[in-house]
Design a protein around this ligand. Sequence first.
Ligand code: ADP
Ligand code: MG
Length: 284
Amino acid sequence: MALAKTLSAAEPGAHSAAAQPVIVANNLTIGYSLHRERKLLTALKNITLTVNKGEFVVLVGPSGCGKTTFINAIAGIVQPWEGTVEVNGQPVTGPGPDRAMVFQDYALMPWRTVESNIRMPFELKNLGLSKQEMDERVHRYLKLVDLNGFEKSFPYELSGGMKQRVGIARALVTEPDILLADEPFAAIDAMTREAMQSELERFVTQTRQTVVFITHSIDEAVMLGDRVVVISYRPGQIKEIVPVNLPRPRFDYDVKALPEYGELREHIWRLVKDEALQAARGGK
Ligand SMILES: Nc1ncnc2c1ncn2[C@@H]1O[C@H](COP(=O)(O)OP(=O)(O)O)[C@@H](O)[C@H]1O
Ligand SMILES: [Mg+2]
């Protein structure tokens, strides 16, 4: 344990000596107009959050509290009603190759093979890679998500967990600065899930990618996050930001055995439970 590099969440993005803001949300309010019911729904309200270079931020909160809306705003897929989101000092106006998204519902192209789905980002944006480099990347990430042998399969031939892994490989293949992941492991069985969490932790620590990750699993949040942002029931607001000061790599250090792990888990669980109860009373 003494050798462990402890990340201090009191200084977010503690991989680096000087924190470098990458994603800056300022007073963000976002909603939707519900045409059928002719009303406006506020999904998120006054969200102010800075994510620093190399930081792993996890969002948790009850269903419908605006987590997906928030990362869609960072991705440039939805526009704020009020407030701003900036990435590397520039206001977000649309999607860009600096940000890659793993979607909750996979969003694979059904007519394309696994390999061809993973290769897709290279067709959307010329990253200046040679054909050989692109092939090499596609195979590296296919291997990372353990889909060797399924290169020529189509999405309908895969389980939910496998489809999700294709989505993860597709997001990683461009080696983006920012990874936005919307419950990426939700459909993956428990054993594979732990293995993938551990791989992801190792991988993003090495590449110093900045990650915003949504999950419903408190264990996953504590295992992966430098900070866990608990969002309240709709309209989603930041209820508490919980720093996670556990040594990395967390899977190697078996942090689940530490008393701090249990305390953090319990604390976040209480916060989320209160909100989930409210959501349930709200008729969700
Ligand atoms: N495209 C949309 N049109 C209308 N309402 C939406 C749309 N997307 C999300 N919402 C609503 O906004 C709220 C927040 O949704 P979402 O961001 O998906 O929450 P979460 O990811 O936390 O479950 C929910 O009430 C949801 O029904
Ligand atoms: Mg969601």
